[in-house]
Design a binder for this molecule. Structure first.
Ligand code: ASP
Length: 584
């Protein structure tokens, strides 16, 4: 070994030990006759000292030549520091070096490789391998590693078998576009990369595997956001002979295990809410329950009093922000502008201040008496000091707008604490979702999800009202996982495809293999998949999943380090029998 210890290991008890360390030069401080070098590796930073008088002159000169990020090996004696640094675990000692070996010099790095860096996002992504040397970045990947190990521990102990499924497959419908790969030996034909291993894990149930899991890469060609990457990782799971309740308790168990082992947190009871309740009270199928601020519908109290905007609205609905009556005119104007931005799209914002003295002041005093306003306050359960914010319009749109405003108010009032975790199961999702663009129903989860038995009769008459055996795990307003109890017989699966607008031939061509498998003894089964990157980000207290991926892509789906995607050589195209002609 080129070293006896790591750079994070030595303490006072090692004083007088002869050691050999290897690592990267993080920083050199040269005070003439005295040189300190911070030596870094994955485990920490240790200070090296070279001192005129006691250090050999040639050695001192050699030390003076060291630059940032040189890879060196240093041998010496551990001594106690005169001025200690209690910010790092090795801060009580330093190494009095008697031999120094430069293993590899380094160019000056394009940004400072310390927790606080001067490197912008793009630069750090281009040199991601240098960015990954920074302690704060490395810690995130260490967290990810812990989460993976603990997931495997829990799943293994619960009898799940990890099975790998293929990456070159044909399209699985998870609602996004596929990435495709041309086949050289089958000219003109393409594989699709899996949006998830959905059909394979169901086939494994038909095979009798009973409990499957896989920590697996999935690929979806979607527009990117902070919490989306074209390739991402799922903890993908499937179980046989189960009902919804069994899945919820097994994966509540996994969630609990991860919080306990990785964060030392004992999770409280995971709440349950139906999709319908989530939409009604939070305008959102992934409500952030770290704070209350539930929607209150005000149609009855507000309509028929001469205020045309409310009278014309399908829904008048509001939230009560506790303790926000102190908001200044300027703050309220800013909120109004905020809801009117095109991203939110509200026409305006009505507010009522419940002043500390008990009086009520609103933007619609012209139309409503103080008794009227008091009745709103009662509906909200508001107290003096609170601020009521009301929006109106078409029900679906206004719920969405108010949901955004609720989150914004939660943020402004400091109610979205990253150290608090509020997990929630949202259950009873609709089976179908109406798509305005294509003017037809889509599967809200995916086409393999089973309808609730008691709703099957509605399939023909009112498809939009059919509920599915589908569930999502939400933590702090982020969808962490989702799954369903599956269809496991051919006739129901065929019926489902029919409702989704597939012709019999299309369904057979795309999913004939699965429907055929259902005819050879398919057990009742169901499963779930967790978005592993998001789970890591939530555990780490961050919004961006990119920080938890070693080599992420940027917002244009580009890896700026290896410069991909890129064109390929003409002979590669020839081999694939492909001619590229881009559409103008
Ligand atoms: N395949 C689904 C997804 O990726 C999860 C599941 O239904 O198990 O969202």
């Amino acid at each position: 070994m080129l070293r006896t210890h790591s750079c994070g290991e030595l303490r006072l008890e090692h004083v007088q030990t002869k050691v050999k360390l290897a690592g990267w030069v993080q920083r050199v401080r040269n005070k003439g006759g005295l040189i300190w070098v911070d030596l870094r590796d994955r485990y920490g930073v240790t200070q090296l000292i070279f001192e005129e008088g006691s250090t050999d002159k040639a050695l001192l000169e050699k030390a003076a030549q060291l630059g940032r990020e040189f890879v060196i090996q240093a041998e010496g004696i551990v001594i106690e520091r005169t001025s200690k640094n209690d910010k790092i675990p090795t801060g009580s000692i330093e190494i009095k070096v008697d031999s120094l070996n430069v293993l590899n010099p380094a160019k000056v790095p394009p940004f400072i490789i310390e927790d606080e860096t001067d490197g912008g996002d793009d630069l750090r992504m281009k040199y991601r391998y240098l960015d990954l040397r920074r302690g704060v970045v490395r810690e995130k990947l260490q967290l990810r590693h812990r989460m993976m190990q603990e997931t495997r521990k829990y799943m293994d102990a619960a009898n799940f078998i990890e099975v790998e499924t293929p990456v070159l497959i044909k399209s699985t419908p998870e609602g996004a576009r596929d990435f495709v790969v041309p086949s050289r030996v089958n000219p003109g034909e393409f594989y699709a990369l899996p949006q998830s291993p959905q059909t394979f894990k169901q086939l494994l149930m038909v095979s009798g595997f009973d409990r499957y899991f896989q920590i697996v890469k999935c690929f979806r060609d979607e527009d990117l956001r902070a919490d989306r990457q074209p390739e991402f990782t799922q903890i993908d799971c499937e179980m046989s002979f189960v009902e919804q309740e069994d899945i919820l308790s097994t994966f509540e168990g996994l969630t609990r295990h991860l919080f306990r082992e990785v964060k030392g947190i004992e999770l409280e009871e995971v709440q349950r809410m139906t999709f319908a309740e989530a939409m009604k009270f939070y305008g959102n199928d992934k409500p952030d329950l770290r704070f209350d601020m539930k929607f209150v519908e005000l149609n009855e109290l507000t309509q028929g009093k001469g205020f045309g905007i409310f009278d014309a609205a399908e829904l008048v609905v509001g939230i009560c922000a506790k303790g926000a009556a102190e908001y200044t005119r300027k703050q309220l104007d800013a909120l109004t502008d905020w809801v009117k931005r095109p991203q939110i799209g509200a026409k305006g914002l009505v507010y009522v201040k419940y002043n500390a003295d008990g009086s009520l002041k609103s933007t619609v005093d012209k139309f409503y008496s103080s008794e009227d306003l008091q009745s709103w306050a009662d509906a909200f359960g508001a107290e003096p000091g609170d601020l009521m914010l009301v929006l109106s319009g078409d029900a679906k749109t206004v719920r969405k707008q108010l949901s955004e405003l609720r989150l914004k108010m939660g943020e402004e009032l400091g109610l979205r604490d990253r150290t608090v975790f509020k997990p929630l199961w949202v259950v009873d999702f609709p089976l179908f979702e109406w798509d305005e663009e294509t003017q037809r129903y889509h599967a809200m989860h995916h086409p393999f999800t089973s309808p609730k038995k008691e709703d099957i009769a509605l399939l023909e008459s009112d498809p939009g009202a059919v509920r599915a055996n589908a569930y999502d795990l939400v933590i702090n307003g982020v969808e962490i996982g989702g799954g369903s109890i599956r269809i496991h017989d051919r006739p129901t699966q065929q019926l489902m495809f029919k409702h989704l607008g597939f012709s019999e031939e299309e369904a057979q061509k795309q999913f004939g293999f699965l429907m055929e498998a259902f005819e050879y003894g398919a057990p009742p089964h169901g499963g779930i998949a967790f978005g592993f990157d998001r789970l890591c980000a939530i555990f780490g207290g961050s919004d961006s999943i990119r920080d938890y991926i070693a080599f992420p892509k940027n917002n244009s789906g580009r890896d700026v380090m290896i410069d991909s995607p890129s064109t390929i050589a003409q002979d590669q195209l020839e081999e694939l029998s492909i001619r590229v002609q881009l559409k103008k």
